[in-house]
Ligand binder design. Sequence first.
Ligand code: SAM
Length: 345
Amino acid sequence: MSSKQESVPPTPLIDPFQRSITYLRVSVTDRCNLRCVYCMPEEGIPFLPRREILTLEELARIVRVAAGMGLRRVRLTGGEPLVRNGIVKLVRWIAETPGIEDVSLTTNGMILASYAHELADAGLRRVNISLDTLDPERFRAVTRHGDLAAVMEGIAAARDAGLSPIKLNVVVMREVNDQEVAEIARTTLEEDWEVRFIELMPFMDEQETCIKDTSLVLGFVPTQEVRKQIEEALGPLEPAESVSGAGPAQYFRLPGAKGLVGFISPLTEQQFCASCNRMRLTAEGRIRPCLLTDQEVDLKETLRRGDSDDDLRQRILEALDSKPDAHHLGDGNRPHRRKMAQIGG
Ligand code: SAM
């Protein structure tokens, strides 16, 4: 990490649309132990050579500099963050960074059981676990390699380690898992999970998202339809708040439920972008101000040619300045295909 003198006073991370950016999602690797149909083709993506991926020290330095500018929360993602060597050490460094109040991680849960306690000891607060179906066969089809039992063990271990709240991410796909949404929501009656239904984002071509053996093509399902199915089966959803505070999800509670049902609606919620508080750092060291637009600012070169923290700050501000008001998918904008793992969805 740099020991160069800091001469520029911390600048609050306010973007041109007066949104305060306090949250960074960091893709720590583009590699993954699964091949979810909506995220990666079966053969994987051409993975970045290791030298192109930021080192743990580089990642920690970016977080330290950004924390001095007002960053408060960091989420580690990927790819699969738990396949990155040194992930526990990185969590510890980030958790110990002055200014950082919350470190969390998004995982597919496959190897979470063996990491949950170590991660919690290192300062991780909570985990989001991707779980698109509760049916073992369907789970294997959607993830191509996944073992539902291993993920359920991971969830149990996370709870045991005190990681809370446990959020489950469900990407809803027509004729794949849309018939199951009420069953998945039902789990919140007994479990204090926050189950979040996510609208499918256009990251893959239609043909690529075909599940070969079943010839299913993934289709978009709007939140409104998911909500209707859940309410018809289980009763009215009452507005509620997540204990972890503001984020892109709108939360509700089923009558008498221990957990929450959330909806993340990047495509159908008008206000989705207006409340955006985040930027992303790609595995190869580019700040991406918006997940769904391809604008990026490279930090790796700045880091590797030995520039100062001031220079790094300037590059972060440049990225902030280029954050768009909204993703404009409705106006035909389409993000670069196949990059979700590098970006850190
Ligand atoms: N490997 C980790 C995991 O599975 O959670 C972290 C990376 S994954 C890219 C992060 C999140 O992005 C997951 O919850 C996943 O479901 C979501 N995601 C990936 N592709 C998506 C898409 N096309 N539309 C909506 N969500 C997507």
